[in-house]
Design a protein around this ligand. Structure first.
Ligand code: ASP
Length: 304
């Protein structure tokens, strides 16, 4: 007999000092991403399709640091990282330092589905995308005035360190779901951190650092200072707590303490445990996020 589980989706739009005047745009973006993912889940669709769809919606929204609206490198280029993981079979796909494609998460999915690899980077990844029918966009279509201005100001600031610059940051995006079949999936996408050197890759495309999903354990998507997140393998740290039957919220909070204590990292994460309970924790001033479940039959979104 097939057991139908109540689906759950949780979405984030980055952990940083979101200014008051940008709160509404963040809440709207999260809401649309939730609704798009939920349409798939409520019709019994695959969690993997839901995370890909919701992350794509957020990549298209210039409010967030992913796809269109990505933070610029020191040479003014856009290089994006993304990953996706299917908890039902532990398959994963990821792209790093990808230029000229508006939806990196879709290419990450294609890497997962069509290759024996997990992570493709740079020019090889771009020709892979082209070969699989993705259409490149000129960089000006991914670039916003806002990010051009930010680049000018951070380049003038010799002491600028992304590590401490969460007032200057933008929101990486991520989604975790539990679907009706009981499968867990997670995906994360980012334009990276301000003043990054071309070729820099953060935690987002690293399975176990920025993203993790495993049926019977849980799913996680992280955001924040990638250099710190990678050192503690934050997504896997949360998953290992959930594996020990610690609930999602407690696991999220414990791992954020580890991020701060061990490597002085700033960031946040969302997760779902095997029971479909959600967890959210962050140590930045704000984090954009929201969730939707059958019980509520609607959703909540928040930044505080
Ligand atoms: N974790 C991302 C990176 O380091 C940035 C972010 O989540 O804000 O590239």
């Amino acid at each position: 007999m097939i057991k139908h589980i109540k689906p759950v989706i949780v979405v984030h739009g980055g952990a940083w000092r979101i200014p008051d005047e940008e709160i509404q745009a963040h809440l709207n973006g999260i809401r649309v991403a939730l609704q798009e993912g939920w349409k798939i889940l409520k019709n019994g669709g695959k969690g993997l399709d839901a995370v890909e769809r919701s992350v794509s919606v957020l990549e298209d929204d210039p409010t967030f640091d992913a796809g269109k609206g990505s933070i610029l490198n020191t040479d003014g280029s856009v290089e994006m990282d993304a990953s996706i993981m299917d908890g039902s079979n532990m398959k994963a796909g990821a792209v790093a330092a990808l230029r000229n494609y508006p939806n990196p998460v879709q290419i990450a999915r294609c890497v997962m589905d069509k290759t024996e690899h997990i992570l493709l980077s740079g020019p090889g990844c771009e020709s892979f995308a082209m070969k699989h029918g993705f259409h490149p966009s000129p960089i000006r279509e991914l670039m916003t005035e806002r990010e051009l201005h930010r680049l000018e100001s951070v380049m003038l600031d010799e002491d600028f360190r992304a590590e401490h610059a969460f007032g200057q940051k933008r929101g990486t995006v991520g989604v975790v779901v539990l679907d009706e079949q009981g499968h867990i999936a997670a995906a994360t996408s980012t334009g990276g951190t301000p003043k990054k050197i071309p070729g820099r890759v953060g935690d987002t495309p690293i399975i176990g650092a920025g993203t993790y999903a495993e049926d019977g354990v849980g799913g996680v998507s992280c955001t924040g200072w990638g250099e710190a997140i990678m050192k503690v393998m934050l997504a896997k740290d949360v998953a290992e707590r959930m594996r020990q039957d610690v609930d999602a919220q407690t696991s999220a909070e414990q791992s954020i303490v580890i991020l701060k204590e061990r490597v002085n990292g700033l960031g946040g994460l969302i997760c779902i445990d095997k029971k479909g309970q959600i967890g959210v924790a962050y140590n930045t001033p704000r984090m954009a996020r929201g969730t939707m479940t059958c019980e509520q039959d609607d959703f909540w979104v928040a930044v505080e």
